[in-house]
Design a protein around this ligand. Sequence first.
Ligand code: FAD
Length: 487
Amino acid sequence: MTTEAGDCPVILWFRQDLRLADNPALVHAVATDRPILPVYILDQGSAALQPGAASLWWLDKSLRALDASLRARGSRLILRRGDSEAELRRLIDETDADAVFLNRRFEPDAFARDADIAHALQAEGVDCKGWNGTLLARPGSVLNGSGQPYRVFTPFHRTLLATTVAPPHAAAPDALATPPEPASEDINAWGLHPTRPDWSGGFDWTPGEAGAQAALTAFLSRGLKSYSAGRDIPAELATSRLSPHLHFGEISPWRPIEAARSAAADGRVPAAEAEKFVAEIGWREFSAHLLHAFPQMTDTAFRPEYDAMPWRNNAADLEAWKRGRTGYPIVDAGMRELWATGFMHNRVRMIVASFLVKHLLVDWRAGEAWFRDTLVDADLASNVQNWQWVAGSGADASPYFRIFNPTAQGRKFDADGRYVRRWVPELRGVPDRWLHAPWTAPPEVLRDARVSLGADYPRPVVDHDLARKRALEALGIVVARRAGQGD
Ligand code: FAD
């Protein structure tokens, strides 16, 4: 394709910003008044950037939705697969494009890769520019009084809110000029949707920008007004379920914040509920800023002494946890919800993560890897930060000695057993009183409920009191190590 001078196209490189509204790179591309080449590159070269299977399921639908939105505006999404830099170079050769615009990714490997690509392309005269379209503030811009990254959430969040201003709303453009060449690969050939077997039958999601907006609208009318209490009840649909949409950048993180605050300003919801929700989005932000400042936290404990934990790493225990067969109903319900839907309620994520790390003494990195593969909202920063938080080794972590009792957690947050009965149907007939600890039920109760422990449903893989004692002994090793370091 030959182009007139000054009419060279701009490559708009989509990554985790799969939307047309509030997309800074798109706004700047449109402002050039030049043809735009919207591109997505499936780059499976780097293990650290490799999405898990559930994320690939989502990506498939989100890319199709983005392509449909672009086509409705006279444009389309050009798909390529391979090494990002090589594919960009190929596109530049094919089209005479002399600019690449993108919204930045801030995970360490993606950030470093993008910087290398920008450097190499700039050296050849290609204008490579990036913006922040995925976070409220650019990592590295929210610092404490000594100019250092925050390690504690509350002061981080306070400074974030005090120093960051929402960018003006940018509606999706009505039309986009995209030349008919070059060709795109066929997404059907990418095999992102699982086959043989297709395990996604229970995935009830609408990936894409419209799905994100619909989730937000539903949450504003349903969950927000009693968010702080409702968000702890896994049987309720009381949270926004925006996390996968935010991860894939189908909505700017400013939109839910502004919508919640405007609902509070109009008196539709209490202000405290709106701010509690804003604080949760703040945790997403905190996770991303922490990972950017401390890239080693994907692999090593944020508090190094925790790398002395004497993990048991028993393979059968890990397998029982993954399959939802630990014998603790609230844990098993969570793990089965995850497998069936690609999602797990936040309260239950904390319970199952604590169970793996403390009751079973399995290294948090094994749990993080399983979540990365099975969650539709798998996000390197949020996942690692939360696993380290639960394990006690993270920045602003829950103390290791606080060991969740899964039975007590089940009774407190699933008192009527709706959540457990939905995901562990073999226990459906067990009365509430014994539902969260079926091994304590009298034999006639289990008989009436048609449950034979060890056959229909497992006995606990570990006794809670024993596990608690074992975990505290393990912690003793960490504490001794810290004392030895003079901390
Ligand atoms: P809402 O309650 O509606 O919250 C709104 C948004 O705030 C969420 O969409 C999310 O973007 C953000 N948020 C809420 N809680 C947290 C949190 N604790 N940390 C970071 N951001 C938060 N979240 C992910 O997005 N990806 C992950 O890979 C991930 N892994 C997790 C692993 C563990 C062990 C735990 C305990 C939590 C993890 N979370 C992760 C955080 C949290 O569970 C989800 O963000 C939340 O359940 C998503 O549901 P929601 O959108 O309905 O949340």
